[in-house]
Design a protein around this ligand. Sequence first.
Ligand code: ZN
Length: 450
Amino acid sequence: MRQARHRSSRRHLGWVVALFVILIAGAAAGGGWWLKQRHDHAVASRQLAAKLKAAKAGWSGEIVAAKLKGGRVIYRLPGDVTQPAPAVAQKAQAALDALPKGATAKTAVVTVALHGVPYGLASLDVASTAYGVVDYRLHQVSAKAADLATVIQATGQPATLRQLVDTDPARRAINYQARQVMANGLHLDAAGLQRVLQAPLLANLDAGNFRLSATTLTITDQAQKPVAAVPLAKVDRFLKGGRGVELPGKVIALTFDDGPNPTLTPQILAALKTAGVKATFFMLGSGIHDYPATARAVAASGNEIGIHTYDHQYLPGLSVAAGLEQVYGKMAQTYYQTFGTLPTLLRPPYGAIGKQLAAAEDLPAIQWTTDSQDWESKNAGAILNRVKGTAYAGGIVLMHDIQPATAQALPNVIRALRGQGYRFVTVSELLGGRLLPGHQYFGRGDERPV
Ligand code: ZN
């Protein structure tokens, strides 16, 4: 009995020893695995620390550390910039988010570079590398974004239109240049054209929805997507310090209203061509609609074309909505269908436009300095004498290409003015191209708010 018990306890001991051996072996294996993990983790941490140290040491500008959702960021900012712009912080967050799920010790190094663009602004480039420990190894993801935002060069903070533009008419002129970029040559349908004309674009001087490069002003929408990329050469005259270049010397602009006329407009074109003169035609929308071939012949001959409303309305007598229909609505539509571009100059019938409409449409109003009174005299000799007697340098001469006497008088008018030393130019050449919405132009050096 005793013997048996002894044998039994010895066998029992054998099992205990075996179990113990298994446990030791298991612990040793598990411990080895655990030790290796601990070692790998320490290596990854050291590697990360070295990367971050190098990132800080290798930067001559500002270093700013910040916490974001799920990790840390080290911003390497240029020069005196002490705070990352919102667009940069967004990129930092995106860099952290690009790391694999489950990564620990997430840290992004975000390097910001500015390249100077005009007007004390700078365009912002961002390069990011996000680090994280994944499966006990250091993992990294890099990304780059160029021209991410436009900021004030001195502070790195987001730019507003105020850095670029002094006045509201200049802002509207820039928007209208953008509308031309969005429409010209693109064969938009009527709805598309109205969308372009009504797009908010740069809504006020505090607007920040743009980016500026050395060559382009890009207007963006709420989601920062580009809406119109406007060459700087088209808008720099409306920006701070910009100016139009009015033509000096004894220059004068001949203008013809109320056409096109299928008989008289071609006669006038022929007289201009013979004399080597370019003029400006302010056309009615209804005339363009009825005689598109004549209208296109005016454009093809290199003369300038402006609009004179759709059907010759006295604009101050209309509601703003009806006035807009005369300038933008069916007028712009007819013009666009015929020429493929948006109109840029408005001559209001009778020279009359009210403040409210002038605030609602973006075309400059072109007036005149010399009235030929051709519509009144209907006499070629009287027209010649009237123009000869009242013309002056930098002036704009009002005539009508629906008057037979005007077509008859034109060769003599040109000859007489040439004899007085005048050179003939288009209205936009004369006025220098810095023409503002809400303003009216009576001649060179005579610009007045409506
Ligand atoms: Zn008229």
